[in-house]
Design a protein around this ligand. Structure first.
Ligand code: ZN
Length: 142
């Protein structure tokens, strides 16, 4: 079991700009604030989204482009380090007008309609992602 002990620090309440690319907006924010470790949750709506699914057998991503307006029924994410830079990792459950949901790893070009985010910064030893041959993913490793 990979383990790091961290302490919760400043908590930010955030509303990304209308029309902004969610991952870029959050990435810019954490870099500007020097945040290397954080956990966040969010709810709201997006005007379009890219959700990604990782094919564990092929070790490759499958992208689902959702060119439609969707509720963010829930979003969870974190910030840790990859190649010395903070990287935002987010997953979301997105609902359509019938309440049917899509879920997955949030990709680029997911555009904010409105989003309410609670981001808790964490302090402690660096949490770093490195390429893992077993999964083919950049995962937390010592
Ligand atoms: Zn993911």
């Amino acid at each position: 079991m990979y383990e790091v002990q961290a302490t919760a620090g400043t908590v930010y309440i955030l509303r990304p700009e209308f029309g902004s690319d969610l991952l870029k907006e959050l990435g810019d924010f954490v870099r500007a604030k020097g945040i290397n470790l954080a956990w966040f949750s969010a709810l709201g709506a997006v005007s379009r989204a890219t959700l990604r699914y990782y094919d564990q057998v092929k070790k490759d991503w499958v992208d689902l482009e959702l060119d439609r307006r969707l509720e963010v029924a829930g979003m969870l994410g974190n910030v840790s380090l990859l190649n010395g830079e903070p990287i935002v990792h987010a997953h979301a459950t997105l609902a359509d007008e019938q309440g049917h949901c899509y879920g997955g790893h949030v990709g680029a070009d997911t555009l904010v309609f409105n989003l309410e985010i609670l981001l808790t910064t964490l302090s402690g030893p660096a949490v770093t992602r490195k390429m893992d041959p077993q999964t083919g993913l950049t995962i937390w490793q010592k």
